[in-house]
Design a protein around this ligand. Sequence first.
Ligand SMILES: [Zn+2]
Length: 203
Amino acid sequence: MKDLGISALDKLIDQLAQLPGIGRKTAQRLALFILKSDTQFASDLANAIINLKQNTHLCKRCFNIAEDDLCAICSDPTRDQHKICVVEDIVDVMAIEETHTYSGLYHVLGGVISPLAGVSPDQLHIQELIRRVQEEDIDEVLLAINPSTEGETTIIYISEQLKPFNVKLTRLASGIPIGSHLEYLDMATIGRAIQSRQELKKG
Ligand SMILES: [Zn+2]
């Protein structure tokens, strides 16, 4: 489809095309759908996006998405307050929550250690994790980090940092293919990897 030189339309297409997984063609289709939809739909969509940006931030405790100081998981008293599941990203929290196999708390690192991409441990929420293990009554830290070279480096680094503390360290059971991301795996696979998680030997 050729752009029609309508600047309002082109502008929306340009914005939509920046979304992950959306190519220019799909962006054009979405923009035309919005153009043809009623004004209420378009304004609800625009408001939902603005509302998301204005009324959410990162949880002060675990760095998950939150509307208040603490996220819905941190402020839920029925969650197991003695377990922390460490993940790379908020999308991993969503993937694990969907399986209903984990009832503890989370800690979102915001990425993995990657010397190649210039990501060092101090750019991630690792110090905050160590503080939580020191200050909260934690008996298990599950390192649910996506299997990759960087993920492995991150697991080794965190387990070294947590060695001095009396806390059980576990990782997802093997069986998750190297290079795969939790968000793309089916619920049963993630659920199994959590339920049969393995203890990390403190070397
Ligand atoms: Zn939280």
